[in-house]
Design a binder for this molecule. Structure first.
Ligand code: URA
Length: 209
């Protein structure tokens, strides 16, 4: 079974209060989403393997540590996942970026892929899937299934706000996937919006409402 982690650092909680506020404008919303994504990424990368190197300081030789050749890809789920890309890239600047877009077929209710472009060497990479809101988890689970077809080394999921239903869906469908988020909210409403949540993350990031 994968692990579920809520990163509840005070800086994250402060920024969450800003993005939850309906009066926060697009610029501040975008900035806070990006900063929270960066802080969640900081926690999600805390067990990366290190290797020892020798560094000449101005004083002497020091034994230091550097990341042990980890290769990453981040995959935002379109479109709201795009809001998390900059924040994550600020910590893992050499990551490649894949994209996946899904819509729900109104008849079959199944997730249908309308866009998918992955880095060609994704088999050698650890993937972070980005989606600010993990609500029912249906589309995120389908996205992970589709990404798995490309056989990445591993997959982790990063969200800003999750609902228990979505967490359970991912951990059940994908027991090999760990989830990191900034908050676990109370419930979903009848329209599958997270309560209290922050509304439609895509609309708030892109100013489309
Ligand atoms: N997607 C959103 O943007 N907001 C929610 O609350 C749930 C899904």
């Amino acid at each position: 079974m994968g692990h579920f982690t809520v990163v509840d650092h005070p800086l994250i909680q402060h920024k969450l209060s800003i993005i939850r506020n309906k009066d926060t404008g697009t610029k501040d919303f975008r900035e806070c989403i990006s900063e929270i994504a960066m802080l969640v990424c900081y926690e999600a990368t805390k067990e990366l393997p290190l290797t020892e190197v020798e560094v000449e300081t101005p004083i002497c030789t020091a034994k230091c540590k550097v990341l042990k050749g980890k290769k990453f890809a981040i995959v935002p789920i379109l479109r709201a996942g795009l809001g998390m890309v900059d924040g994550v890239l600020s910590l893992v600047p050499s990551a490649k970026v894949g994209h996946i877009g899904l819509y729900r077929d109104p008849v079959t209710l199944e997730a249908v892929k309308y866009y998918c472009k992955m880095p060609p060497d994704i088999q050698d990479r650890d993937v972070f899937v980005l989606d600010p809101m993990l609500a029912t988890g249906v589309s995120a689970s389908s996205a992970i299934e589709m990404i798995k077809e490309y056989k990445p080394r591993s997959i982790k999921m990063m969200n800003i706000i999750a609902a228990q239903e979505g967490v359970d869906r991912i951990l059940t469908d994908h027991p090999d996937v760990d989830i990191f988020c900034a908050a676990l909210d109370e419930k979903l409403n009848d329209h599958a919006y997270i309560v209290p949540g922050l509304g439609d993350a895509g609309d708030r990031i892109f100013g489309t409402k």
